[in-house]
Design a protein around this ligand. Structure first.
Ligand code: SF4
Length: 323
């Protein structure tokens, strides 16, 4: 039987693959053999609020068990990893204790899917509801929602959380069919659309109940399915336009133990992630069309070519800002 500390080690480590709130630039340090200052392993990461403040979040999974078998995921059903599961009260108590000690200002909570999508999101909601309603917790809460769950349950996540997110993970339908056949891309998009509607309604109507004031975000894995950067950016542009996402996070694929032979054996260079963020900024804030960034691209990814010169475009954008 695992104690809370052991569960925390497993479930904080399992959450690190989700880049949608992370201090991804921090170098790895460990304090397991003594010393202070580890940025990994304890489940605390940094994120940014809508007003630009950097805050610390307890970033964990409720469980790393999952009934799905997405081949790129270390928590998939067939993965040979140590499993753990927090109770609702354990997550509530960790969050409150860490908050009172000033370790964190909020919670990022995700989960593998256990029992059913509805059961899983109900457990996530019980944590958020207990924090908000029983303990008056006013800190930041980011909840991962489950697209296959009942829309009323997803809507409750929006009422309790500051930010909600659903990871699209793969940029193409072919990628879903190949690597996550139990997931339905249309259901992810439908859920994003319903969240957008409620977020927009809450913003437009002064007296409307609060609904995910920090908006919704998603994550795309880079380099797992062979999709070129032009394809990834095209999907991003569609997602931003259709669902008014606050952020898309690009997460370089990490090779996992006992992986399918259809997945790459090596991680893509981190510079690829970096270039995608630059390109993402260019079309979101500086008015570039994705085609201007990717046209004439002779290879699959933005880092391996000088055509078009992305650093050059960034230079133009800095010299002639849009605002
Ligand atoms: S549903 Fe989520 S946690 Fe489960 S295998 Fe797929 S990506 Fe991993």
């Amino acid at each position: 039987m695992l104690n809370t500390q052991q569960k925390l080690e497993i479930l904080a480590d399992a959450a690190k693959y989700d880049a949608s709130c992370s201090s991804s630039g921090a170098e790895k340090r460990t304090s397991k053999t003594g010393g202070l200052g580890s940025t990994t392993g304890c489940g605390i990461c940094h994120s940014y609020t809508p007003d630009g403040r950097c805050i610390s979040l307890l970033k964990i999974l409720l469980t790393n068990a999952c009934m799905f078998d997405c081949s790129y995921c270390i928590n998939r059903r067939s993965s040979n990893v140590r499993r753990a599961r927090f109770t609702v009260n354990e997550v509530v108590s960790l969050t409150l204790n860490f908050y009172k000690r000033n370790y964190i200002e909020g919670l990022f909570l995700s989960s593998g899917i256990v029992g059913s999508p509805n059961y899983t999101i109900e457990q996530i909601l019980r944590v958020a509801r207990t924090l908000r309603e029983e303990h008056g917790f006013r800190g930041y809460i980011h909840l991962k929602t489950i697209p296959e769950a009942d829309p009323d349950l997803v809507a409750e996540a929006g009422r309790l959380a500051d930010r909600v997110s659903i990871n699209i993970e793969l940029p193409t339908e072919e990628g879903f069919t190949r690597f996550a056949p139990e997931k339905q891309a249309p259901s992810i998009r439908r859920t994003m659309a319903s969240l957008r509607l409620r977020i927009d309604e809450a913003k437009a109507e002064k007296k409307a109940p609060r609904f995910a004031p920090a908006g919704q975000s998603t994550q795309m894995i880079v380099g797992a399915d062979g999709a070129a950067d032009a394809v990834i950016l095209g999907t991003s542009a569609t997602l931003y336009a259709n669902y008014n996402l606050k952020r898309i996070y690009y997460s370089a694929f990490s090779p996992i133990p006992d992986a399918s032979s259809t997945l790459p054996a090596q991680a893509p260079p981190l510079a690829r992630e970096h270039r995608l963020y630059q390109a993402d900024w260019l079309f979101r804030f500086y008015g570039f069309e994705t085609e201007e960034i990717t046209s004439g691209l002779p290879t699959a990814c933005l880092i391996s070519t000088s055509i078009p010169s992305l650093p050059g475009l960034c230079g133009i954008a800095i010299a002639f800002p849009s605002t």
